[in-house]
Unconditional design. Structure first.
Length: 316
């Protein structure tokens, strides 16, 4: 599932892609929804993870293993840990090599754009995906950054962090600061929309203070595009900032933060090189893209979440 992106190695022979209802990886929805049985291991089912409650595995053939209980066939079993349950299951479950060979997973590849063409969401995602190594921790903020992270193909040991339980915008910047403080041997990359960034931008100053080389891709699409997809209104359009210029404010003459603005694929490639050479502080790469340039996944997911959330007034 989306919140578990990176927990299972994507180059493993038994990896079958990410299940996220209608916006699953190609072939994965069918595989899960037509399976003889589905084992859900510590899932978090909410409106986001179930695509507006349209992808919520239920029924006689679904087993849900939560941290302290297992529910299957209308019965609940308790008194053991998830680890104990999984170890016992692994011993008892028959090996099914034939079914494992029946399908395989092919990651979707994004074709490179013309270097001097206007920067697109696809080209930005393609270049960021190309930076990922086994040492990367990619923090993806609520917004189209979620969907861009989900469609990436991860090298083994690369990690993805999202906050899909509440979708609390502004989470990614302080979260990546904490992550970078706690694991300085890893490479920290953030993808965050302009709207979310405006909530906690000041935490970049902490990265300057502690000389943490976090690379922040700030997606400037001039507004709350995920909200435009779910429920539009004037509140989804925000004041533009000089995001790259913020680094001068945070450096205040004594830091090593670097800020750049890019509008083409070639400029982005150049900025990534500079960011990777900036070892003594954070880098913000403001990626300017069109407001309407978002993933098809966001649009499809947004429609379903919007209809699930559109409740009729309860008191008239
Ligand atoms: C604290 C908080 N406030 C408001 C929201 C509602 N909300 C969800 S996503 C979003 C906008 C995100 O916009 P941006 O970061 O620019 O990303 P984009 O959708 O453009 O990719 C808002 C306001 C929220 N989830 N959390």
């Amino acid at each position: 599932m989306a919140a578990a992106k990176g927990l299972f190695p994507e180059d493993h022979a038994n990896f079958r892609g990410l299940y996220w209802g209608e916006v699953s990886a190609p072939g994965t929805q069918e595989l899960v929804e037509k399976a003889d049985a589905v084992l859900c291991i510590a899932p978090v089912f909410n409106d986001y993870s179930t695509v507006g409650w349209t992808a919520w595995p239920k029924g006689e053939n679904v087993l849900v293993a939560d941290p302290n209980r297992v529910t299957v066939g209308g019965q609940t079993f308790e008194g053991f840990t998830l680890r104990e349950f999984l170890s016992a299951l692994a011993k008892k479950a028959p090996s099914r090599p034939a079914s494992a060979r029946e399908s395989h997973y092919t990651p979707t590849k994004i074709a490179p754009a013309t270097p001097d063409a206007r920067l697109t969401n696809d080209e930005m995602t393609r270049q960021i995906n190309g930076m990922l190594t086994s040492k990367t921790t990619l923090v993806a903020e609520t917004g189209d950054s979620w969907f861009n992270a989900m469609r990436m193909h991860l090298p083994r040991h690369a990690r993805v962090e999202t906050e899909m339980q509440w979708g609390h915008i502004g989470w990614s910047v302080p979260s990546s600061f904490g992550n970078a403080m706690g694991s300085q041997e890893r490479e920290h990359i953030v993808m965050v929309g302009d709207g979310s960034f405006q909530l906690t931008a000041q935490e970049v100053a902490q990265m300057v203070r502690y000389e943490l080389p976090v690379i922040i891709f700030l997606v400037n699409n001039r507004g709350y595009v995920i909200e435009i997809a779910i429920h539009d209104g004037p509140y989804n359009y925000i004041k533009n900032w000089d995001y790259a210029g913020l680094m001068n404010v945070f450096n205040a003459g004594e830091g090593h933060g670097l800020g750049m603005t890019v509008t083409t694929g070639a400029e982005l490639a150049e900025a990534i090189k500079k960011a990777q050479a900036n070892h003594r502080g954070p880098t913000i790469i403001e990626c300017q893209i069109e407001r309407t340039d978002c993933t098809e996944m966001l649009v499809q997911w947004g429609k379903r979440v919007a209809s699930a959330n559109a409740r009729k007034p309860q008191i008239s």
